[in-house]
Design a protein around this ligand. Structure first.
Ligand code: ARG
Length: 444
């Protein structure tokens, strides 16, 4: 191991360059604060700011900073190369410890906003499909066994509300991201008369960290962000699992765009739901990112320890992957089409009307438990005689309960079953339209 590049091993330049813009933004605000507090002269301040701007301009054109230990040194060294030793004044009353914590918060705040918008767009796709499919009836499941018929919209709306919670979670997390540690310096604060609130305000932070030891060593906001990503990823896997099932020829409720599936190199009939599967798989690495960060921070004594440098790869990995997954999920949803006849046919299978017959008897004063037992017998009779519940004759029904009359057939018609689920949040068209209205206003 004689040739080990220890500088590279200790450094983070190979993975922290995406903090570059945040770093320059943070430095510019720090310098403006130093000038306001008369710690730097305004002419030095101007030189530094224009140097930083020229670096920013070159970077936006694709120019790359020369390699250094980390992005913070790289920017500072480049600044000194461009404007001379005065560039070294930028680091007055600051340390890389508060600098990197500030950069990460600026970066995550921006990415949180980007993710919020991607979730919103995905929710919109779900909502639009829900609006389009208010006439599609399909079975719902518990234990993946047929349960009761519902509108396809009801399913899509369920996911739209689930992702609403994800947005709320990210918005809440942003409150804790958006706090400035800048001016905590190495860990103890500084004897320079700085104005932390001023630099925080310039950077759009809502608040400042109260304690400098905590300020430089806190990564809770990043762990929380990764938890938000993980929960959204869980939700994506649930949705993708439905897509995978519904595409299976045994279900065949839906079609999705060709580009979201692939064929098999050997089995010509195959259309595999690869995109949905990749999203399902990506969740694993996003959870891994959360656990990596929690483990990095675990047992660290205050304040900054170089272990914390390893916070960035999992954060960046989760950002990239959750964004990708949200975009793919949205596009896949936009391409989704229900095969109405198949969904309806399936909704009529599996004795999904059974609960309705029990409710019917309960309305006729039969105790629900008794009704439940009666219907269980009816179902096993139907099963034995290879009949569906709507194929049983009234005489057959009467054998099990005298209370059953001709109107039972109307009761167990799937369309009626759904139309009557008018309780708040239920699957009737009326309550689905109400849910659509609520989501429309949430997604404005
Ligand atoms: N590259 C470091 C990081 O990403 C910057 C902070 C270094 N601070 C220190 N005291 N060595 O965390």
């Amino acid at each position: 191991m004689e040739n080990t590049d220890f500088e590279q091993f200790i450094g983070s330049f190979s993975f922290d360059q995406r903090l570059c813009v945040a770093d320059i933004t943070g430095s510019a605000a720090h310098v403006k604060m130093l000038v306001k507090q008369k710690i730097l002269t305004s002419s030095d301040g101007k030189k530094i700011i224009s140097g930083l701007n020229s670096i920013l301009k070159d970077i936006s054109k694709g120019w790359k900073l020369p390699k250094e230990e980390d992005i913070h040194y790289a920017v500072e060294k480049e600044l000194i190369r461009r404007i001379g030793a005065v560039g070294g004044k930028m680091h007055t009353a600051r340390s890389r410890n508060d600098q990197v914590a500030t950069d990460l918060r600026i970066y995550l705040r921006q990415e949180t906003n980007a993710i919020l918008e991607l979730i919103r767009r995905f929710q919109k796709a779900l909502l639009e499909k829900a609006q389009k499919n208010t006439d599609v009836i399909m079975p719902s499941f518990t234990h993946l066994q047929p349960a009761q018929p519902v509108l396809a919209s009801h399913y899509l709306l369920a996911y739209a509300f689930m992702f609403q919670r994800d947005r709320e979670r990210f918005i809440d997390c942003k409150k804790r991201i958006n706090v400035s540690p800048l001016g905590s310096a190495a860990l103890a604060g500084t004897s320079f008369k700085i104005d932390r609130r001023y630099s925080a305000k310039l950077l759009g932070f809502e608040n400042i960290c109260e304690n400098s030891l905590d300020g430089v060593s806190d990564r809770d906001f990043a762990a929380e962000f990764l938890f938000c990503c993980s929960t959204a990823a869980v939700h994506l896997t649930r949705f993708c699992e439905e897509i995978i099932l519904w595409l299976n020829p045994e279900f065949a409720y839906i079609k999705i765009g060709d580009k979201f599936t692939s064929g098999s190199s050997i089995m010509p009939q195959k259309r595999n739901p690869d995109c949905a599967e990749v999203i399902r798989g990506k969740a694993g690495r996003i959870f891994g990112d959360l656990f990596a960060l929690l483990t990095i921070v675990k047992s660290l004594p205050l304040a900054y320890n170089r272990d914390l440098q390893e916070d960035k790869p999992p954060v960046f990995d989760a950002v990239d992957n959750i964004k990708l997954c949200l975009e793919v999920a949205r596009e896949m949803t936009e391409s989704l089409e229900f095969i109405k006849e198949n969904a309806l046919k399936s909704a009529r299978k599996g004795f999904v009307e059974a609960t309705e017959i029990a409710d019917y008897l309960a309305r006729k004063n039969v105790p629900f438990r008794t009704a439940h037992a009666v219907v269980k017998q009816i179902v096993s009779y139907a099963l034995k005689n290879s009949k569906t519940l709507d194929e049983l004759t009234l005489e057959e029904y009467k054998k099990f309960s005298k209370e059953i009359e001709k109107d039972i057939y109307k009761r167990i018609d799937v369309k009626n079953i759904i139309a009557e689920k008018t309780s708040y949040g239920g699957t009737s068209l009326k309550s689905s339209l109400k849910q659509i209205e609520i989501l429309e206003s949430l997604l404005k």
